[in-house]
Design a protein around this ligand. Structure first.
Ligand code: MSP
Length: 656
């Protein structure tokens, strides 16, 4: 029989700044959902990625003195960038899309053309208000106190020739989708969408879907000067990543329509109104659900670099462990509503749920089996009515958990598990194993008490796996591996753990924290992480836009022989070159070209370097100069070619 399929997505992130814990929130939730579906036996496609075009990126790159492509490459692939963070957070995505990927760019051009040809995209003139940070156009009536209704920032008057998407044509169908189906969840978000954007004065407005004021975007191939609006470009990632209008992937029939798009509440508008309208225009099936989750607030406001209140997930994960952070995010805040992050809440969750309740249950139980039975349970048993309540709660847990997970109610699903964990801790106190252990005659009863606890732990660990996968791995290891009893099918079955199981206590899963001391420490750490950092862009300094002849002549360009070339540890882009520059002393230069070359292929070649640039430290290594490369764009993707010259040119020869 074919496995059930499940396709889930996160929003693709703007690599305009490093991610914060608010971004991690949605991705962790999506990961928990994907792992839960895999646990159930589904074939899952979990997509995430980055949304890399737009004016904001173009501006930021300019400020940083690098090309937009270099700018996004660093934030996406560089040290402590987006991909690093997802690795650290144990995110199990099946695919990662970057909107600068060549296949996506080409697909967007085809999609834009199709909508132009079917008459849903037409040329007009845009006049209105533009929020640069949000890249959104607004009409006068949509502004709140003259500012952007999404972020509250200043807007500027803008007017340009542009292409428009005929959203108005789909107003009735979108209204029906929102009000008569469960497409948009939670249902509390429906009225806001319908009232503010469809049944508002003037009705659903056509959407401006091209820009001419900047160039960092997907070019409209039949009208040079226009680039495709980032939201049209970005939303279609959910389909191009499966192979829509491209040959890079081939999973469209298998996974489209998506089961659910998880998105933050401020981008529900794009997902619940324009996205379905775009799909309607192309006669494509609609995603089954869009779930608009709440925000993690900090000091009552939305977290963001510009607000100076970013909580750095690296700091928290490195200090408390990845599972702790994952757990905290989904246990503490109801997914559909806003939640206020605080350090106190975090430490409290660690101490109460993880250390006291779960950690304690596992360590007490395994320690007692070691102490009373040398680690291996005897098979003789003596059941009692005293076991009934806990057993019943544990075997029926899976159903209650499933009901919550199916509605993305992670907090409630975890509450169900912790009710059972609480009950198990109480069961220990009621049955007082330490007293039973005093009398040999109680051995069978003691074995039953221990087995009841181990079975409860096994069931809870199975259902906790989507949330804290590494810790559950450790729990299963201390329960003898549980190879054949840790699946979904065994999670509502009593007695799956072998009766003569051998357990081991293992290290403490979640050590308790001294709250008062830790709070002071944590505040300092987070404040330090919020301090403005030196730009971490791993690229050579950009060349000046124009130079006079004398300045140009001061650049000392030399032929250099590549003696050795290796990849720089922890960097996806940098290669470290050891060069003979004719002086007799080796020269080290770092260059961000690993994406285009294997280091060993370059050894022995002759390249060109500027050798009189001030040394620059990247990833802890001093780079003395810059290797020259040629750059060009192919299918929207930037390509670098190292300038290699005739090997007969001796090392140190000056270029003039
Ligand atoms: N690039 C768009 C999404 C395009 S999807 C086709 C975007 N990117 S974003 O990086 O700005 O935000 C990504 C997600 O992070 C959004 O869903 C946003 O709501 C979420 N969050 C950003 N800050 C957040 C919090 N403080 N709390 C919870 N989620 C937050 O929007």
């Amino acid at each position: 029989m074919d496995k059930k399929r499940f396709y889930i997505t996160t929003p693709i992130y703007y690599p305009s700044a490093k991610l914060h814990i608010g971004h991690a929130y949605c991705t962790v939730a999506t990961d928990a959902m994907a792992r839960y579906k895999r646990l159930q036996g589904c074939e899952v496609m979990f997509l995430t990625g980055t949304d890399e075009h737009g004016q904001k990126i173009e501006n930021k790159a300019k400020e940083a003195g690098v090309t937009p492509q270099q700018f996004v490459d660093d934030i996406v692939e560089g040290e402590r960038g987006v991909q690093d963070l997802w690795r650290l957070m144990n995110i199990s995505h099946d695919r990662f899309i970057r909107t600068t990927d060549g296949y996506h760019v080409a697909a967007i051009q085809r999609i834009f053309r199709k909508m132009y040809e079917n008459g849903d995209i037409y040329k007009g003139k845009y006049e209105g208000w533009y929020c640069t940070p949000d890249e959104s156009f607004w009409t006068e009536s949509q502004l709140v106190n003259g500012r952007c209704p999404d972020c509250g920032r200043e807007v500027v008057r803008a007017s340009e020739e542009a292409y428009f998407f005929r959203a108005s044509k789909y107003a009735d169908r979108v209204r029906h989708l929102l009000t008569d189906t469960d497409f948009l969840q939670p249902a509390s978000r429906v009225n806001e969408m319908v009232n503010n954007f469809i049944d508002c004065e003037g009705g659903l407005q056509d959407l401006c879907v091209s820009r001419t004021s900047f160039t960092w975007g997907v070019p409209v191939d039949f009208d040079p000067g226009h680039v495709v609006y980032v939201w049209l470009d970005a939303l279609f990632n959910y389909m191009t990543a499966l192979g829509y209008e491209n040959n890079a992937h081939d999973d469209l029939n298998k996974f489209w329509p998506a089961d659910v798009h998880f998105v933050g509440k401020e981008i529900v508008r794009f997902h619940a109104i324009y996205w379905p309208a775009f799909l309607m225009s192309l006669d494509l099936p609609l995603p089954k659900h869009v779930y608009g989750h709440g925000w993690l607030l900090f000091n009552g406001g939305k977290m963001g670099k510009s607000f100076g209140n970013v909580v750095d997930p690296y700091v928290l994960a490195e200090r408390y462990g990845v599972d702790t952070l994952r757990f905290f995010l989904l246990r503490t805040f109801p997914f559909g509503s806003d939640g206020s992050f605080s350090n106190e809440l975090l430490i409290n969750t660690i101490n109460v749920d993880l250390a006291n309740d779960l950690g304690n249950l596992v360590s007490r139980t395994t320690a007692m089996v070691e102490k009373y039975f040398g680690g291996t349970l005897p098979v003789s048993r003596q059941d009692s009515d005293a076991d009934g309540e806990l057993k019943a709660m544990a075997v029926s847990l899976r159903d209650r958990y499933e009901a919550e997970m199916e509605h993305f109610q992670f907090q409630n699903a975890l509450s169900e598990i912790f009710r059972v964990i609480d009950r198990a801790n109480k069961y220990i106190d009621e049955n007082e194993p330490w007293k039973l252990a005093k009398d040999e005659a109680n051995k069978a009863r003691l074995a039953t008490v221990m087995y009841t606890l181990l079975e409860t732990v096994r069931i809870c660990a199975t259902l906790l796996t989507p949330f804290i996968p590494e810790s559950c791995e450790k729990i299963f290891a201390s329960l003898g591996g549980c190879e054949d009893c840790r699946g979904w099918d065994e999670a509502n079955v009593w007695g799956a753990l072998r009766p003569d199981v051998t357990v081991s206590k293992g290290e403490a899963l979640f050590p308790r924290i001294d709250a008062a001391k830790e709070l002071a420490e944590l505040e300092k750490l987070l404040a330090a992480a919020n301090a403005p950092a030196a730009p971490a862009v791993e690229v050579e300094p950009p060349a000046e836009e124009s130079v006079d002849f004398d300045t140009f002549c001061r650049s000392d360009m030399r032929a250099v022989k590549i003696k050795n070339c290796v990849a720089v540890k922890k960097s996806e882009k940098l290669l470290q070159f050891t060069l003979d520059d004719g002086t007799g002393t080796d020269r080290t230069i770092l260059s961000g070209i690993h994406k285009y070359y294997e280091p060993e292929d370059l050894i022995g070649k002759t390249a060109v370097a500027i050798v009189n640039l001030p040394p620059r430290k990247m990833m802890g290594i001093e780079s003395c100069g810059m290797l020259l490369s040629a750059v060009h764009k192919e299918g929207g993707e930037e390509k670098l070619h190292l300038m290699l010259v005739d090997d007969s040119i001796p090392a140190g020869a000056k270029l003039c």
